[in-house]
Design a protein around this ligand. Structure first.
Ligand SMILES: Nc1ncnc2c1ncn2[C@@H]1O[C@H](COP(=O)(O)OP(=O)(O)OP(=O)(O)O)[C@@H](O)[C@H]1O
Length: 304
């Protein structure tokens, strides 16, 4: 890995904007990601995550603003890309090449590859490198790109929704790879829809909404946004449960009928469970809201 002074941020954007005719896809985005951080870039569909990443990679020219990768302007593509490996949201490979040939080709253009670690990753991801890329599923193409990126010693890994095609077992492997990259001191910029994934691997997150970076926060802050939706069906009316609204962490208690209610819960469920323990509960449904629901809840209308 090239030696770079730790004080130089891995990634810096200043007043970055991108307009596509009438759509302002990225709106005055300023952000610094220090070296060694695993940064999560969250946002609902169409928020501008991929456009931001394409600006950071020099694949798009900004309407306003500028960005740097380890102090090299992203417009200087040859220099900036010496510091990074990238996994796009839709991985396209050379269909007539085998997976192995694709890996070799990607290693040839990247910032250097640890071949022993790459072999280990091929095994860990269960990749069949002898097969032609045209026969690969979306998930397998994604695995090739991930193995190629993780096997580099690039100081910065830019990953755009890299686990959308992976099954849970492979997602677990992906998380291990992120942890290993972080241990080596690599910086990771991870765009994702998945709150659980981001929570598992990132130390800080930025939340994008209609092109604007509305929040940059540590993981603790993100956890504060999270609430659980609880629906309870009772076998018989329990008037005392009306008092649930006063328990710690309970918000938005709503009775659909005398025998069914919903509530939102933030923090430990103990007090609610103790209160329910004294009643005849017929059914209980506990649901974690999607990231988008949390956004809608937290930031109000998306169509601002
Ligand atoms: N080449 C383009 N021409 C016109 N509009 C575009 C273009 N690329 C993106 N957009 C628009 O810019 C906005 C941001 O899109 P972008 O793909 O960056 O969002 P995203 O957060 O990556 O979404 P998703 O999670 O669905 O991939 C959207 O309104 C999209 O329609």
């Amino acid at each position: 890995m090239a030696l770079l002074p730790a004080a130089v941020p891995a990634l810096r954007a200043e007043n970055l904007s991108k307009r596509f005719s009438t759509t302002l896809a990225v709106d005055d985005l300023s952000l610094t990601v220090p070296t060694g951080e695993v940064f999560g870039f969250l946002g609902p569909n169409g928020a501008g995550k991929s456009t931001t990443i394409r600006l950071l990679l020099g694949l798009l020219r900004p309407t306003h603003g500028a960005a740097w990768i380890f102090d090299d302007p992203v417009a200087d593509v040859a220099r900036a890309h010496r510091h990074l490996a990238y996994v796009p949201a839709d991985v396209a490979l050379w269909p007539a090449f085998t997976g192995q040939e694709c890996l070799d080709l990607l290693a040839g253009v990247g910032p250097g590859t640890d071949l022993a670690y790459r072999d280990e990753l091929v095994a860990r991801f269960g990749l069949e490198p002898g097969r032609r890329a045209r026969t690969y599923s979306t998930g397998n193409r994604q695995k090739v790109a991930l193995v190629a990126a993780f096997a580099t010693r690039a100081p910065l890994l830019v990953l755009d929704e890299p686990t959308s095609g992976l099954d849970p077992l492979m997602e677990r492997e992906f998380r291990r790879c992120i942890a290993e990259a972080a241990e080596r001191g690599q910086t990771v910029f991870l765009s994702s829809h998945k709150l659980v994934e981001v929570e598992a691997v990132c130390s800080r997150v930025g939340i994008l909404r209609t092109g604007r970076l509305v929040e940059v926060a540590g993981l603790e802050e993100l956890r504060r946004l999270r609430r659980t939706e609880v629906t309870v069906d009772l076998s018989r009316p329990a008037p005392r449960l009306r008092g649930l609204a006063d328990l710690p962490g309970v918000t938005d208690l709503r009775w659909a009928s005398g025998l069914q209610f919903t509530l939102s819960l933030v923090g430990p469920p103990g007090p609610v469970l103790r209160a329910l323990g004294e009643t005849d509960v017929a059914r209980i449904d506990v649901r974690e809201p999607s990231l988008e629901e949390i956004f809608l809840d937290y930031y109000g209308e998306v169509s601002a």
